[in-house]
Design a protein around this ligand. Structure first.
Ligand code: ADP
Length: 499
């Protein structure tokens, strides 16, 4: 039997999953790593710890699958996006902690850019001017960490997103490791031109980043290198897929064609819509990003809508209000009442993101009467997840002219059947969850398998997608009509709150 390995390096943990040719999981191992929060708004990871966890989860998963590295035909990498690593290529040691995507330390610099620069960056990269992306993080490391500046002067420094750090280490590190990244990760840096798919000289100058420290941009599916036989695999396995996590979920969900989309429900929600080879620039607050590029084929692009607070609102009910003791408890509590009793909850804890982009917004609970209970609030929280998702998907339809025929979903919250039914009612389309819900890891395995011929083409991958569960809209549901009108009124109540 031949297998494919998928390395899934996320914000809170690292996993290695071994898939068989049918896409079935035959073994996996997962380990968390430390979150460093040195100051308000700062979030860091230790890239050396992440690499150590990576070696451990590879060994653990091979053991669980009862195979050795030589049984793998290829491995793929998927990763938390935007997080930025800098290291010394002679020692292999990081020169600073990695700056995580959630880190906001570079807001002031971005605010100080001229309106002309901002417009140029947005046009070239498809992104918003936000500390979320890697470019300003790289600039910060160069300007503020003397060891980074010294290493650049000596020609010893390498930088990149987490995928490039892992690829370099897997392929031998200081002993011949390759320094590459893929287009999906590069499209999250504010440094790559969406049209040329290369680092943009003007943007490098603006962020003051020397080209020599950056990885070469490759496709998402090709043989980049082989693993170092003296490492965790004990053999030379082709590394042949790299895809950022949200784009990997698109591949894992077989959203290969224009008009196909998926929504991942986790701490926040991420909806992506494949726009084919066309770069669609949003007029409605969405991001434009590379969806994937398989080998020599042209890149496919996507519109992306990110909702900051969805699952984390459920955590807030659990941890701060303590009206539930675990996240899944929300379903039973919400089901204990037939409707929201007129209560609406907008969890705009740190302002509103797509499609509103209002920093002055804060969370509200509105429509309270003496009869309101915690069950109504629980229901309102689940509805909020679905209404926010509708806001983003409506923006996508407006930008692309594509009306979604149905919604493909994945992520932790999709375990909540009530929430998925609400989503279907609110959107008025079917909501479909696949049988294999590890879509992110599966997507990286697909990209890797395509490059080595283990999978023939995307048609074969599409045929592997299997429906797990489907929710159909109740056409008479008021959630989609009067409920959505009330939701929009609740959104208005959040605005102009902080000066
Ligand atoms: P991430 O990948 O962002 O860490 P996951 O896909 O693991 O997220 O989903 C975890 C999130 O989903 C948490 O915020 C949690 O509150 C929420 N969650 C998990 N199970 C449920 C459930 N049954 N109902 C509602 N929310 C849930």
């Amino acid at each position: 039997m031949a297998y494919i390995g998928s390395l899934d390096q996320g914000t809170s943990s690292t996993r290695f999953i071994v898939f068989d040719g049918a896409g079935k999981i035959v073994g996996q191992h997962q380990l968390e790593h430390t979150q460093f929060l040195p100051q308000a708004g700062w979030v860091e990871h230790d890239a050396a710890e992440i690499w150590k966890r990576t070696e451990d989860v590879i060994a653990g998963a091979l053991k669980a699958a009862r195979i050795s590295g030589s049984d793998l035909v290829a491995i793929g990498i998927t990763n938390q996006r935007e997080t930025t690593v800098v290291w010394d290529k002679t020692t292999g040691a990081p020169l600073s902690h990695a700056i995580v995507w959630q880190d906001t330390r570079t807001s002031d610099f971005l605010n100080s850019l001229s309106e002309t620069s901002k417009a140029s960056i947005t046009h070239k990269t498809g992104l918003a001017i936000a500390p979320y992306f890697s470019g300003s993080k790289m600039r910060w490391l160069i300007k503020n960490v003397p060891a980074v500046q010294d290493a650049i002067n000596d020609g010893r420094a390498l930088m990149g997103t987490v995928d490039s750090w892992l690829l370099w280490n897997l392929s031998g590190g200081p002993r011949g490791g390759v320094h590459f990244t893929d287009v999906t990760n590069a499209s999250r840096t504010l440094l790559m031109n969406l049209e040329t798919l290369q680092w943009d000289e003007e943007l490098l100058k603006l962020f003051e980043i020397p080209r020599s420290v950056l990885p070469t941009i490759k496709s998402s599916s090709e043989i980049y290198a082989k693993t170092d036989p003296s490492g965790a695999f004990g053999s030379a396995v082709p590394i042949s897929g790299i895809v950022g996590d949200q784009q990997a979920a698109m591949v894992g969900q077989a959203c290969f064609e224009r008009g196909e989309s998926k929504t991942t429900y986790g701490t926040g929600n991420f909806a992506l819509l494949n726009t084919g080879t066309e770069i669609v620039r949003s007029k409605n607050g969405l991001l434009t990003t590379v969806c994937f590029k398989f080998g020599e084929e042209p890149a496919r692009y996507a519109l992306e809508g990110s909702v900051a607070v969805t699952g984390s609102a459920i955590q807030w009910l659990r941890d701060q209000l303590q009206i539930i003791s675990s996240a899944p408890d929300i379903e039973g509590l919400a089901k204990s009442v037939p409707d929201n009793g007129g209560v609406y909850f907008v969890p705009a804890f740190s302002g509103l993101f797509a499609p509103y982009w209002r920093n002055d917004a804060r969370g509200v609970v509105v429509g309270l009467t003496r009869a309101a209970t915690k069950a109504h609030l629980a229901r309102a929280a689940l509805e909020a997840i679905c209404y926010q998702t509708r806001d983003v998907l409506d923006a996508m339809s407006a930008d692309s002219g594509v009306k979604l025929p149905e919604m493909r979903v994945d992520g932790g919250i999709t375990a909540n059947a009530l929430c998925m039914q609400m989503q279907s009612d609110i959107m008025g389309v079917d909501v479909v969850r696949p049988l294999v819900i590890e879509t992110t890891a599966l997507g990286a395995a697909y990209a890797a398998g395509l490059a080595v011929g283990f999978f023939k083409d995307v048609a074969e991958l599409r045929s592997k997608w299997q429906e797990g569960r489907r929710w159909s809209a109740v056409k008479t549901s008021e959630l989609a009509t009067s409920g959505y009108v009330q939701w929009k009124k609740a959104i208005e109540r959040t605005l102009n709150w902080v000066e």
